[in-house]
Design a protein around this ligand. Structure first.
Ligand code: ZN
Length: 144
């Protein structure tokens, strides 16, 4: 798979030095998601207060895209309101569904736009979405 080299570098940086990796001892909820087609696994801890995402920590094994995407997701969503987080989540999902036609909203997605090229590779989209879907699941359960 070929990605723009600058974007590839962003993904590799997050893969080599993932942010917020390592589970905190306390959280409101913990979820575990996996992506059997690639062998990626992620466990995510989420803490929320008053409708705001106070903390996300996660641990996982998997390919560079799944790890880097979980790192970017946690960077983007910590400190956001549940509503803001959903806007960002939706923008990332739409980017992944764009089949390579979208470059993504850099204001909203920051390093997340580095994954734009992944949308051309259907087999890898689940890798990029794994951490995000874990967050979505966890947040929905906390908000219930
Ligand atoms: Zn993967």
């Amino acid at each position: 798979m070929e990605l723009d080299s600058l974007y590839q570098e962003v993904i590799l940086d997050h893969y080599r030095t993932p942010h917020h990796k390592g589970l905190t001892s306390e959280s409101d909820i913990q979820v575990h998601h996996n992506n059997p087609s690639c062998g990626d696994e992620v466990t995510l801890n989420l803490s929320m207060r008053d409708g705001k995402i106070v903390d996300i920590s996660w641990d996982g094994v998997g390919c560079s895209i799944s790890i880097a995407s979980a790192s970017v997701m946690s960077d983007l969503l910590i400190g956001k309101s549940y509503d803001q987080a959903n806007v960002i989540l939706q923008a990332f999902v739409e980017l992944m569904q764009s089949k390579g036609k979208s470059t993504g909203d850099e204001v909203l997605l920051e390093d997340g736009v580095a994954f734009a090229g992944v949308s051309k590779f259907p087999a890898r989209i689940k890798c990029a979405l794994l951490g995000w879907m874990a967050f979505k699941d966890a947040a929905a359960q906390v908000m219930e």
